[in-house]
Each structure stands twice: as structure tokens, then as C-alpha cells.
Design a protein around this ligand. Structure first.
Ligand SMILES: [Zn+2]
Ligand SMILES: [Zn+2]
Length: 230
């Protein structure tokens, strides 16, 4: 009995999340009308979910227009942030194709596997990206606000290093397998360390005993973590 109620609540919460996310996206498009929400929602019982969201003080409606109450806005912001960061993570680190992206990001979002702390770690790891792979803004988190005054991103493209910097390769974001093969044959693989010697006219790096020249396009796809010099 308990379990039944719990899973039913979870189900309703998911449906509310879905609607809040939709209202947020419509607001970005300047379409904050009840009719648009009903038209675009995939929930067969969207009216019921909207009524629930109103009674929980998450949204309010007025003459056919819909707006967030503070609690609902905060909740929608978190959902959107989680979703768009998950998309970034999947596309940059795991190189998931754009068409598959939507499904995977939704799964991650609704299984609630990403706590706020984990979300902030992902955000920091990715260098606090301002947008998702579709160009939609990612709402800022606590980590981004801190970062703007005191922290540098942990992982940056090779092109962001200064001359003489030593760095560890974290991942390579190329979508082109031929390039990845070429890079790994040159010894550019995650975990390896390099030092940047020159930026113009090409990026000159030293890996072990080997000097390599890379063009800017290629250098931009190599993500590194700067090593602290003692
Ligand atoms: Zn997106
Ligand atoms: Zn951040």
C-alpha cells in the first residue's frame, strides 16, 4: 500500500516536472499561454496536471496566460539546468549524436540520478557551459556564480593554455573518428601530459620527447586540465 502511494506520487511529480519544463521552454519562445501548453504537452491529461500544479502553488493562470510562482520557477530552472547539462555531457564526453541526445537526456532527468551536487560537478567539469548543444541557455548554478569570482574551469580546450603550461589530457571531443585515430597515433590520448611551447602560427606541443604541431581546429578539440606547478 505504501509503495503504491509512493510510486503514484512519483508519477505525478514527474508529470508536473514535465509540464514545468514545457512552460519554461514556451516562456523562452515568448508563448506563455495556457493554450500553447495544452497544445504542446504530450500528457493526455495535461489539464489535470496543470490544476495540480496550481493547487501546489507552482504556477498561476490569469485570463489564459500562465506564469510561474517562485517555487515553480526554481523547480523548472533546476530541471532545465539538469537536462541541458546532461545533453552537454553526453555530446562532449560521450560523443552521442544529436538525434539520440534528446532521449538520453530525458532518461537522466527523470530517473533523478543527478543530485544538485553532481549537477554542479558536471557543470564545473565542463567549464560551466552557457548553452546546451542546441544553443539553448543553461540556467546558472551555485558553481557558476562562485566560478565567476574565484575559480577557473578545471577542463579547458588546449587553446586556452598559456605558453609553457603543462596539462593533462582529459578528453578529446572530435566527432571525426579519423581525427581521433590520428591523434591517438601521435600519442594524444586521455591521461597523457603535454606542454605547450608555441601558439603561432600553429600550436606546438611536446608530449614526452616528441614535438608536435597542431592546427587550431584540432587544438580546440583537445580538452586538458592544467597541472599546478609546484
Ligand atoms: Zn538542448
Ligand atoms: Zn557551473
Amino acid at each position: 500500500m505504501m509503495d503504491y502511494h509512493r510510486s503514484r506520487d512519483r508519477f505525478d511529480e514527474d508529470r508536473i516536472d514535465e509540464v514545468l519544463e514545457l512552460i519554461w521552454m514556451l516562456r523562452e519562445e515568448g508563448e506563455s499561454h495556457l493554450d500553447n501548453v495544452k497544445k504542446r504537452s504530450e500528457d493526455p491529461n495535461v489539464s489535470q496536471v496543470l490544476t495540480l500544479a496550481v493547487s501546489e502553488g507552482l504556477i498561476s493562470t490569469d485570463h489564459g496566460s500562465i506564469s510561474f510562482r517562485p517555487e515553480g520557477e526554481k523547480r523548472a530552472e533546476n530541471i532545465i539546468r539538469r537536462h541541458r547539462l546532461a545533453e552537454r555531457l553526453l555530446s562532449e564526453v560521450f560523443e552521442i549524436e544529436e538525434k539520440q541526445l534528446e532521449d538520453h537526456a530525458c532518461e537522466l532527468e527523470h530517473t533523478h540520478v543527478l543530485s544538485e551536487v553532481v549537477v554542479d560537478s558536471i557543470c564545473t567539469f565542463l567549464g560551466h557551459p552557457p548553452t546546451c548543444p542546441h544553443g539553448k541557455p543553461i540556467p546558472r548554478g551555485e558553481c557558476c556564480r562562485k566560478f565567476s569570482n574565484e575559480m577557473k574551469p578545471l577542463v579547458v580546450p588546449l587553446t586556452e593554455l598559456s605558453l609553457g603550461d603543462e596539462a593533462r589530457i582529459v578528453f578529446i571531443s572530435s566527432k571525426y573518428h579519423a581525427r581521433l585515430d590520428r591523434l591517438s597515433s601521435l600519442g594524444i590520448v586521455p591521461g597523457g601530459t603535454l606542454r605547450l611551447h608555441q601558439k603561432q602560427p600553429a600550436y606546438l606541443i611536446r608530449i614526452g620527447e616528441t614535438d608536435l604541431a597542431l592546427d587550431r581546429e584540432l587544438a580546440k578539440e583537445i580538452f586538458v586540465k592544467k597541472m599546478l606547478l609546484s
